[in-house]
Every structure is written in structure tokens, then in C-alpha cells.
Design a protein around this ligand. Structure first.
Ligand code: NOJ
Ligand code: CA
Length: 513
């Protein structure tokens, strides 16, 4: 495992929307460099940046046309190298986003693959030998090429699926994962990863990592093997490269050699039940059930402990923002939890100031409902909230029009702002190894449909009890711990007397044991 992950706190930068420096309304690398000190002062020491490669941007850059070249709108490869260097100067790390499952339909490989004559790229994508609907319920595109066939796609219909082969290949068009053409697809991605690692990138977030080998790989055995192959190739040369998967099944991804996996909004309800269900646990309404999360988490945690990490993000570019339906006090409690869990935390840009999700705004670059979570970062009270000096109507996505919209500038001046709370919580984590990635967790109070919720984080030297009450009511419970001193609290401290824990409404308390 990459050692630096043991105290990593990540910040997700959506490059389009972070900081524009040439007034074209789109964020760029120079803008990210300008804001690195802000990220560092927030207490984050690592960045995941969404795809920045050349692309027609029909899925915001998850549709790549050249994996070796950055999109001109962000700068040049040299500018990206400068960003890497500036990050390392600050003792921080950066992951790029790798999209190995599909390319843009405009990628040169795909143009070759569409040709009727056989060539080097004929098998780079998954094509049948008929123009009928794709047989295995994969989405597909057909009727646009000279080639006689239907091509599988991965996400949107403009993202043809790369060919890593099939489990139990048995139809004329299905190749086995070891077929030499599938091995060439693998080699290409090894070359791509090494290209950026040699330039100074510290690893990758891997898009749809569990979906490369096609169909009915029920236990993902072939996908796991494939990732082990990639990891061997990468980690022998770059042992400190960190890999995080968009997979959502840590048992599989960590077996595949990933250092960490995201707990996400797809699959079982663990993550969704916290913040984004009908009755989320983190809400003043107090109608949630923490067991939904705890049961799933414990299972994942036991399976991955000592081998890899679980990452619980505050949000990302694919879902509604954490602030949706929550006030600033509620958000502080969410962060007290997110920043005191084992594994590696990820803060989505703007969540640290409670940026709003904008409902029903016009879709941008294939964003659709996701667009409202991708609006420009709000820095200050100047034009376009300091994101860009361009004209307001030339912005990549509209800014939150609310005059009272939160900004970094306003919140920096307020000791009790969400921003300053997140900073303090990050500092607390940095000061106490027990709270960091490897500190163990034991859930000491997590009852069905009940508030509060309590866990102990520990390492060889230290034990910290964390008590979280997101509900709008004072709550109490009994613990096996008689008393303890308060180390830190958010809003109002809980009290522990002879095993009776009294927990104020909407609070989080850290006790030293
Ligand atoms: C997951 C990415 O996070 C999302 O933004 C993208 O649209 C799909 N994968 C397809 O690449
Ligand atoms: Ca720009």
C-alpha cells in the first residue's frame, strides 16, 4: 500500500469549476495552482482531479480522445507538470482520473475500429458481427459504421466500451481476456498510467473499475485478476502510486490490488442511508437508522482491514450536494463523522463551505441532474464569486444566484463557520493517529432507529470515543465507559457521568479515553 495514505485527507477538484485564470469561464491548471494554499490550509494534503484529457466533453471529460494529452482548455502537459511540482512542494499528492472502460466515439482508436477493413484496432472495442441489438443486454450503438456490426457502449451511447474480453467467451465475437488484442488494450493503459506517473502524478482514481471484463463475472474473478495484472505492472516501478476505485465493493477492489475503494451511492444502501435517502441518518429530523450503514460498513471493514481503505466521500460530481436539505449546523455534524472515520476521507470541492445544489439548471456537457453539483467554486464577493473575471454569461456553468451564497472569504472571517469547523476537524485528525486511516474502529452504540451513535477509534497509544447526534433533539444512552475527558466538540459537548451519556441536539463530541 502507498504509505502516504495513512494520514491522507483528499479534496476533489472538478477542474472546470474551480478557478479560471484566463477569463474564458472555465477553470484551468493555473487556477488550481493559485488555490493550492487554500486546499492545504483547509487541512487536505491530497487532491483527486476529475479527467483533464483531450475530449469533446460530452460527458464532462469522461469521454477521452487522447489519454496522453491534456485538454487545451485546462492548459498544456507542461502546465500539468507544473501543477504536480507545486503540489509536491507543499508535501501534497495528486491523483488523476483514469477512464479505462471506454473512450469517446471520436477517439482515433474508435475511428479505426469502425472501418470495414481489419486493422490494429478492429478488436479494441467490443463489436458483434451483426447489426442486431446487442445480445447480452449491454447498451450499444449501431448503424453508423462501414463495419458490419454493433458496438457495446459503457455509459452514454457516445462512449464505446474497450475490449478486455469476456468471462467464458463462447460466441464468435467474444474474446477471452487473454486474447492478444485484449492484452494490447491492457498494455495501452499500463503505458498511459506510466506516462503520467513518470511526470509526477501520484496515482489514479479509476472510473467504473469493476466493469472492464464483460458479462456475468458474478464474483468479479476475472476483473480482480485483471486489476492484479495492472497493479503488478505499476506497483513494481511505482510502489507509492495510490489507486482508488470507483467500484463500491471493497472486498473485490481491494482483492484486485486497489489501495482504497469508495463507498458510494450505488449498490446496497449503506452510503445513501447516511445523507441521501428519504430519511437520512444525518438530519435534524432524526428519523434515520444508523444500522443500515453500520452493518454494511462492518462487513466491508473486516474484509479490507490491514489490506486497503474504505473512502466515504462528502459527495462527488455525480450526486446532489451534501448541503441539499441541510443547514450549516447539520453539515458540521456530517463532517465530524466523515473526518473521524477510518480509511481516507474525500471532501468534494465547495462542500466545506456548504455550496448549494442548484435544482433544474440547464445540463452542461452531459451533466443532466449532476450539473447542479458542478457549479463554480465561490471564493469571494467579487464578480463571479472570484471564480473568473469573464462576463457572467460566459461561465462554464451558472453560479449560484443567491446573494447570500456562501463564500470562502465570508467564512474565513467567522470563527464558527462551516469552513473553520472543517479546518479544525482536519487538524484534529492530523494530530491524532488514532483518528487517521489505520486507527481501528469499534461501534459502541449504534441501535436501530436511534440517536446518538458512538464509536471508539484507537491505535497502540490512544483511544478516542466519538459521539454523534445529528438529530434536533437532546438524546441519551448508556455506555460501558464510566467517564472520560472531552477532547473536542462541535456545537455543544456531550457529558458522560457514570456511564450515562447525555448528548445535546445536533452535536459531536470527541472524548479522550
Ligand atoms: C463515473 C463518473 O464519475 C461519471 O461522471 C461518468 O459519467 C461515468 N463514470 C462514465 O465515465
Ligand atoms: Ca480558463
Amino acid at each position: 500500500m502507498a504509505d502516504w495514505l495513512s494520514n491522507a485527507i483528499f479534496y476533489e477538484v472538478y477542474p472546470q469549476s474551480f478557478q479560471d485564470t484566463n477569463a474564458d469561464g472555465i477553470g484551468d491548471f493555473k487556477g488550481i495552482i493559485k488555490r493550492l494554499d487554500y486546499i492545504k490550509e483547509l487541512g487536505c494534503n491530497a487532491i483527486w482531479m476529475n479527467p483533464c484529457y483531450d475530449s469533446p466533453f460530452m460527458d464532462a471529460g469522461y469521454d477521452v480522445t487522447d489519454y496522453y494529452k491534456v485538454a487545451p482548455r485546462y492548459g498544456t502537459n507542461e502546465d500539468l507538470k507544473e501543477l504536480f511540482d507545486e503540489i509536491h512542494k507543499r508535501e501534497m499528492h495528486i491523483l488523476l482520473d483514469l477512464v479505462p472502460g471506454h473512450t469517446s466515439y471520436q477517439h482515433k482508436w474508435f475511428k479505426e475500429s469502425m472501418k470495414a477493413e481489419k486493422n490494429e484496432y478492429t478488436n479494441r472495442y467490443i463489436w458483434t458481427n451483426s447489426i442486431d441489438e446487442f445480445p447480452e443486454c449491454l447498451h450499444s450503438i449501431r448503424g453508423f459504421s462501414d463495419r458490419f456490426g454493433t458496438c457495446a457502449v459503457n455509459f452514454y451511447s457516445l462512449q464505446p466500451a474497450l475490449n478486455y474480453g469476456y468471462v467464458n467467451a463462447n460466441k464468435d465475437y467474444q474474446l477471452s481476456p487473454e486474447h492478444e488484442d485484449c492484452m494490447k488494450t491492457r498494455q495501452e493503459f499500463i503505458d498511459i498510467m506510466k506516462f503520467w506517473l513518470s511526470m509526477g502524478c501520484d496515482g489514479f482514481r479509476v472510473d467504473m473499475a469493476g466493469s472492464l471484463i464483460k458479462k456475468d463475472d458474478e464474483h468479479s474473478t476475472e476483473n480482480i485478476k485483471l486489476w492484479n495484472y495492472f497493479m503488478d505492472a505499476i506497483k513494481t516501478e511505482y510502489p507509492d502510486a495510490a489507486m482508488v476505485s470507483e467500484w463500491g465493493e471493497p472486498k473485490k477492489s481491494i482483492a484486485g490490488g486497489f489501495d482504497m475503494d469508495f463507498l458510494l451511492h450505488f449498490g446496497p444502501a449503506g452510503y445513501t442511508s447516511l445523507f441521501r435517502s428519504e430519511t437520512p441518518y444525518f438530519s435534524k429530523e432524526g428519523k434515520g437508522d444508523i444500522r443500515v450503514f453500520v452493518e454494511q460498513y462492518k462487513d466491508f471493514y473486516q474484509a479490507s482491514k490491514g489490506k486497503g481503505y474504505i473512502c466515504i466521500p462528502s459527495g462527488n460530481h455525480d450526486m446532489q450536494r451534501l448541503s441539499k436539505g441541510r443547514d450549516m449546523d447539520e453539515l458540521k455534524i456530517c463532517f465530524a463523522f466523515l473526518l473521524s472515520m477510518p480509511g481516507v476521507p474525500f471532501i468534494y470541492y465547495g462542500d466545506e463551505i456548504g455550496m448549494k445544489y442548484l435544482d433544474n439548471i440547464t445540463s452542461k456537457e452531459g451533466g443532466y441532474y449532476r450539473t447542479g453539483a458542478r457549479t463554480p467554486m465561490q471564493w469571494n464577493s467579487s464578480v463571479n464569486a472570484g471564480f473568473s473575471t469573464g462576463t457572467p454569461d460566459s461561465m462554464y456553468i451558472m453560479l449560484d444566484p443567491d446573494k447570500e451564497r456562501p463564500t470562502v472569504e465570508k467564512q474565513e472571517k467567522d470563527e464558527w463557520s462551516l469552513l473553520n469547523e472543517v479546518r479544525r476537524l482536519n487538524n484534529l485528525r492530523m494530530k491524532h493517529k488514532a483518528l487517521q486511516s489505520d486507527g481501528e474502529i469499534e461501534f459502541v452504540y449504534s441501535e436501530k432507529n436511534t440517536y446518538p451513535f458512538a464509536y471508539i477509534r484507537r491505535n497502540e497509544n490512544e483511544k478516542i470515543l466519538v459521539v454523534i447526534n445529528p438529530s434536533g433533539k437532546d438524546e441519551s444512552c448508556t455506555l460501558n465507559i464510566k467517564e472520560a475527558n472531552v477532547l473536542y466538540y462541535v456545537q455543544k459537548a456531550a457529558e458522560l457521568n457514570q456511564g450515562k451519556l447525555s448528548v445535546p441536539a445536533c452535536s459531536a463530541t470527541f472524548f479522550q479515553l
